[in-house]
Design a binder for this molecule. Structure first.
Ligand code: KG4
Ligand code: ZN
Length: 339
């Protein structure tokens, strides 16, 4: 089954053709990063406009690269939640239009389910059940993935997502957007023990995260140094901050492993590209002798191939939408919208 998938939840306009959930026949991404860099972060109104401008050509290129025409496609899929509402609407409406004029089924995909599915593309043998740590710019979740479409969130952030905290800390240190990625590049060989940051825990919720205090600590440190006219040691502050975020992520994941006793551990979301997180997750998996799955770097960030992969399993589960499908800015991964 060949699925044409569309992703437009944030600042990437993406389209892909994926066969049977596992084989990527094409994957096209039009990134808006160069424009959002000017503002230090994503400007939602600009993101929506750029999606409108590029979606037709991105979808056409995905079909061309796969050497297919729309008649060869069996279904159309799109990310419908969660994300920037104006951005999501562009992909959802384009997909609805394609579904209407071709008569092909329309499959709605939750963005985080898509991130998890990026691992089905990278590792063709991976099947649920498994424990997943999903870390992106907007979400930080520990999820018990029971089947391809059945999820139980067992840990989540109470405030900022890990990626959001990294982006804001990086911006304060003068690094360009996307901060997490740039911090990773600048701080790789910094000393992670040179600065001490708090490692907050959430009372009575041992699997939950809290990153806002940590983010504020680094912002205060940078402001203090600036006021004193001292140099900002981006490499070492970045390394210490990143190490602290990764420690929190690994600590909660370890607790979840001890609770669920999974055979497989899966990492997903934009922050799964982080070099320190990948290294420390490997150590954790080795310690508990469980198999670790991480997406190939090109599928860590937002892309439509992951949406096409998950769509295949949503289709098997009869999750086919009518043309009443709407975009939703906030929706838990374990919920289904009225389709
Ligand atoms: O999944 P994603 O592409 O978009 C959302 O769904 O949010 O994640 C974007 C996040 C941003 O916060 C970005 O800074 C972060 O992923 N990110 C990284 C790295 N690459 C991207 N964070 C840390 N290290 C990286 N190498
Ligand atoms: Zn994402």
């Amino acid at each position: 089954m060949k699925i044409l998938a569309i992703e437009s939840s944030c600042d990437d306009t993406a389209a892909a053709v994926v066969e049977d959930g596992r084989e990527v026949l094409s994957s096209v991404i039009a990134s808006q990063v160069p424009e959002h860099i000017l503002y230090g972060g994503v400007v939602p109104e600009i993101a929506s406009r750029r999606h409108c401008e590029s979606i037709s050509s991105v979808v056409k290129k995905a079909l061309d690269d796969a050497d297919l025409s729309i008649e060869d496609i069996d279904a159309v899929a799109c990310t419908y939640a969660p994300g920037l509402i104006g951005a999501l609407l562009v992909g959802v409406n384009f997909a609805k239009g394609l579904s209407y004029c071709t008569g092909k089924p329309l499959i709605p995909v939750h963005h985080l389910r898509g991130h998890i599915a990026s691992n089905y593309i990278t590792d063709k043998e991976l099947k649920p059940p498994f424990l997943a740590l999903v870390v992106s710019g907007g979400h930080t979740h520990i999820i018990n993935v029971k089947s391809y479409t059945d999820y139980e969130v067992i840990g989540r952030t109470r405030d900022d997502a890990a990626g959001e905290a990294m982006d804001k800390a990086a911006r304060t240190m003068g690094l360009p957007y996307p901060g997490g990625l740039n911090m990773d590049m600048v701080a790789t060989d910094g000393d992670p023990y040179s600065y001490k940051f708090p490692s907050p825990k959430v009372q009575d919720a041992e699997l939950d995260f809290s990153f806002s205090g940590l983010k504020t600590a680094v912002i205060n440190l940078v402001h203090n140094l600036t006021q004193k006219g001292e140099e900002i040691d981006v490499k070492n502050i970045g390394a210490s901050f990143m190490y602290c975020v990764v420690n929190c992520l690994c600590d909660r994941t370890e607790r979840a492993i001890n609770k669920i006793h999974p055979e497989r551990l899966v990492l997903a979301g934009g922050v799964s590209a982080n070099s320190v997180l990948r290294r420390e997750m490997k150590k954790l998996a080795e310690k508990y002798d469980i198999e670790l799955y991480m997406p190939e770097l090109k599928y860590c960030g937002d892309n439509a191939a992951m949406v096409g992969s998950q769509a295949y399993y949503e289709y098997q589960d009869n999750k086919i939408a009518t043309l009443k499908l709407n975009a939703t800015a906030a929706l838990d991964i374990d919920k289904n919208t009225k389709i």
